[in-house]
Design a protein around this ligand. Sequence first.
Ligand code: AQP
Length: 332
Amino acid sequence: KKRVFSGIQPSGGLTLGNYLGAIKRFVQMQDEDYETIYCMVDLHAITVWQDPAALRRQTRELAAGFIASGIDPAKSILFNQSQVAEHAQLGWIFNCVARMGWMQRMTQWKDKAGKNSQNASLGLFAYPSLMAADILTYHATHVPVGEDQKQHLELTRDIAIKFNNDYGVDFFPVTEPVIEGAGTRVMSLRDGSKKMSKSDPSDASRINMTDDADTLAKKIRKAKTDPDALPSEAEGLEGRAEARNLVNIYAGLADMSVEAVLRDVGGKAFSEFKPLLAELAVAKLAPISSEMARLMENEAEIDALLHTGADAARAIAAPILEKTYDIIGMVR
Ligand code: AQP
């Protein structure tokens, strides 16, 4: 059976990038021919400092965001990473498989560690190795992610292949990234060359899933654009990063292709297009954010769901970890 695993960090509030790049596809895959496992990767979040109270709130809010977006805990396994110790245990083994040079080439490491990399946490450096463990401790075959995670998924494949070669086994699957649709690369509203991110210091750069209608409309109105009208064909977006981004967002929210959106809005000025985009964003996101707020009123219920999800996840992960220990020669 095809098995999907993917995760999101509770390192802040959910953004439209997380929704269009990841969660929307998670929901679709749940109703396709897959077994689906979705995780709040709290161990990944602490690779940069997290305030404990904020981490707790963000983890529950992320769980609420998943459910409000359509993840059904009866159909998918939904839990937070730290409740299933197998992730960290297999992560250690993969730290011994992966090579320093592989990690040094990761662009997310280079971006997040910045110039002062001596001061970054060891966990931030090893992030992709733990991510490989997240996926492979379930023998997941498919991983839906945004474009920015492509390099980490290639590294996951390299780790699986090296492990299998080192030990002469055919044990870990070589996973397929699932990077599809218009929303796989949602960019900052202030800079079309930067990805929209939870941790961007400028709130105006992103759309949060919890933004109210007025805030949403204002952010879209102020989004950076160029002075030209929208083209009627996709080639006309070449070299127009901000225009392309807003059209992609529209396409992602409306479940349309970029070509179909441009057939409708080609020739319009941004002053006409932006209100249409704002109206669509409010229509799609307001029901999700109000459902999130409702779910957040009952934290005990969220915690219980995550606990149940963790039990189900562990039931898959534990035998795979045991077999891994056996392959590498650990006495049980
Ligand atoms: N801008 C984006 N466009 C499309 N997909 C995106 N994703 C994130 N941003 C975009 C996808 O969301 C999933 C979860 O990401 P994450 O929370 O694990 O980490 P991230 O990619 O580092 O996301 P952020 O928002 O930028 O968080 P911070 O600021 O904490 O690093 C992934 O599938 C990702 O591709």
